[in-house]
Design a protein around this ligand. Structure first.
Ligand code: PLP
Length: 373
């Protein structure tokens, strides 16, 4: 917390406007549009909602195919399954949990409509390659940038581009597990003009209310599909307080991330891997993870840390093997997805972690390695 959250929430009581699309929502949109140059932003109640809006915007029809990694959160898939799409899962890279851009092309069929790169841990997917494939086959690209705030892709042309600005649409999360938070919260970024008007309609329950308030139409009504995707001003005001401290939060997280990476350098000699960054990605310090040699060691590692007062957690179970989707999945074995599902473990990372706590965590890990690896 930055301390300003409560101040802005009480300010709202004076403004007398608590529902969505008010003063603080506008402040948040302006922040993102000026700080990162996003074409148009719409706050949502979650990244899940932003992804659902994106699925409506690209007009997903039953039977359409959507390519995405299996190593991701369920919302990436649900948003499209809700509209009748079939999910085509692609494997992770060998050196990173992000999607393997070289495994995409062979999965494309005449029914393919969208590719969804997920910037896992804020690490960019290979966007030049993915956009090139999308261009060739006339597909949409929807970035799941839930974890990717303030992270950049460095293109083949050497230019740095903010993640979320490259695909046709992209979705961010402000869930409390992310870098910038509002409890629950998210945002849709619209990078192409052709989606702007319809996005506002879908956002406002399928009505043209936003144009009405701008005085563009003299009454508003039901014009399209939609839902209540916009968050209340209470959430937006909380989020704005966080955004004002974005640099401070990010700097603290980077210090912690670098502390881990330096102190844990030697774990590589025990067959434990530290995070890999492709040359085209920057680091937004969303997550510090280790990849253990096998699932047995990981279970033992998590237990050992727990006994020593350190909370570490594993991450996604692969979606193609999930109870909901495994019968529908007809593709090949996803070797690297399974690798990360079995071996990846995340360490505590939040802005208020003290150096003393960090020292304790890293010492505990090094002791574990000495004794058990
Ligand atoms: C957190 C997360 C989501 C969901 O975000 P919510 O705001 O909780 O809906 C979706 N995709 C990825 C990759 C995430 O990490």
């Amino acid at each position: 917390m930055t301390g300003k959250e409560i101040e802005y929430i009480s300010d709202l009581l004076n403004l007398n406007k608590l529902s969505g699309n008010g003063y603080y929502t506008q402040k948040c949109h302006d922040f993102f549009e000026t700080t990162y140059g996003f074409n148009k932003c719409l706050l949502t109640t979650s990244c899940t909602d932003a992804l659902e809006m994106a699925a409506i915007l690209v007009d997903i029809q039953p039977g359409d195919e959507v390519i995405m990694p299996s190593y991701t959160f369920v919302s990436t898939a649900n948003a499209f399954v809700l509209r009748g799409a079939k999910i085509i899962f692609v494997d992770s890279r060998s050196d990173h949990p992000g999607m393997d851009e070289h495994a995409i092309e062979k999965l494309i069929t005449p029914r393919t409509k969208v590719i969804v790169p997920v910037h896992y841990a804020g690490v960019a997917c290979n966007m030049d390659k993915i956009m090139e494939i999308a261009d060739t086959y006339n597909l949409f690209v929807i970035e799941d940038a839930a974890q990717a705030i303030d992270s950049y892709y460095i293109g083949n042309d050497g230019k740095k581009r903010i993640l979320g600005s490259i695909g046709h649409l992209s979705a961010f999360s402000f869930h409390e597990t992310k870098n910038i938070i509002s409890g629950e919260g998210g945002m849709l970024v619209i990078n192409e003009d052709r989606f702007k008007t319809r996005a506002e309609v879908i956002w406002e329950k399928g009505t043209n209310r936003a144009s009405f308030f701008r005085g563009e139409v003299d009454k508003y009504g039901w014009v399209d599909l939609g839902s209540s995707f916009l968050p209340s001003e209470i959430i937006a005001s909380f989020l704005f307080a966080q955004l004002e401290s974005l640099d401070e939060i990010q700097n603290k997280r980077l210090v912690i991330w670098n502390y881990y990476n330096t102190s844990l350098e030697s774990v590589n000699t025990y067959g434990i891997k530290t995070p890999f960054f492709p040359s085209y990605s920057t680091n937004n310090a969303h997550m510090y993870y280790l990849v253990m040699p096998d699932i047995k060691t990981r279970t033992k590692f998590i237990d050992y840390l727990k006994q020593n007062g350190v909370h570490s957690v594993f991450h996604y179970l692969s979606l193609h093997k999930s109870p909901f989707y495994h019968k529908k999945y007809k593709g090949e074995k996803l070797k690297f997805t399974e690798n990360y599902a079995n071996k990846l473990v995340r360490l505590p990372l939040y802005a208020s972690l003290s150096e003393q706590e960090l020292n304790k965590i890293t010492q505990t890990i090094l002791t574990f390695c000495n004794e058990f690896c």
